[in-house]
Design a protein around this ligand. Sequence first.
Ligand code: ZN
Length: 314
Amino acid sequence: MSQTLSKPQCRACGKNKMTLWATSPDRLLSTHELFHYWKCHACGSLTLFPLPSTESLRDHYPTSYPPFLSHSKPTISKPPPVHTRMVSLPLPFLHALRNFFTGDLDWWWLPLDFKGRVLEIGSSNGAFLERLSRRCPYASVEGIEINDQAAAQARARGFNVHTGDLFHIQLTSTSYDLIYLSHVLEHLDDPQKYLMHLYSLLAPRGRIVILIPNSTSWSAYLFRSYWFALEAPRHFFIPSSRQLHTLLHDAGFRNITTRFRVYPKSFLKSIRYLMGKGQGNVAYKLVMCLTPFAKIASWAKATSVMEIVGEKNV
Ligand SMILES: [Zn+2]
């Protein structure tokens, strides 16, 4: 979508009937400049307008930006606390119970005997590639990461990670079996163009997996400018679940499935912003207390984070 318009245009559907929905500073970095998010009447998605300049945007992605450092725990970590180990026992009943309450549906789209080619967009320091490689030792994995330092850490872990922009990188393959994007698409100015390009990089029956915030979540309505997932001005758009499905469908994907992740931390982190506190750890006990409510939000398709899977059906 065009960035040079004088009026906001929905980045998810292209329509221009928009209402100003929230005005927010960069709460993560505690800066004062305000950014405006507009809600699309047609599809319910949010669009940042106007976009910050490229120069100004650079300041909003410091090297300390958490996703560049995320999951940077050492490979061998301390043993988890006893109560965590209790629910991790390999008993089917406990697994089912835990999954019911936490919505822990990670990897449902990845069979254990998966042997294909995987490309992660925004692979940070390679933590996800490492987890995937452990789970599927015969998979061939590589990543793309825009941050030099994070990419270097991933390479130090032994992964083939490209640095730079997807459209200008010489990839190892043009036929991936799985492309994974965790909280990447919402940072882009033309998601449809990006999705179409990713579609072209998939092998027949290859899958795309996307994690992204949900503009029609209960937390979004409740907190608006203080909503943790708004993340002004790094998120250029936040789609509604309906429009996200349409975006994938229009890019050519079929067998599209959306799941709504149980993520009570979004609520608690938004409360922190509302109370004037910055980003910080939220108490594990509070997360557990809120999990049943987050589960209800998941049933109502109203959690803050969606996971959508689409297949190249040719
Ligand atoms: Zn729209």
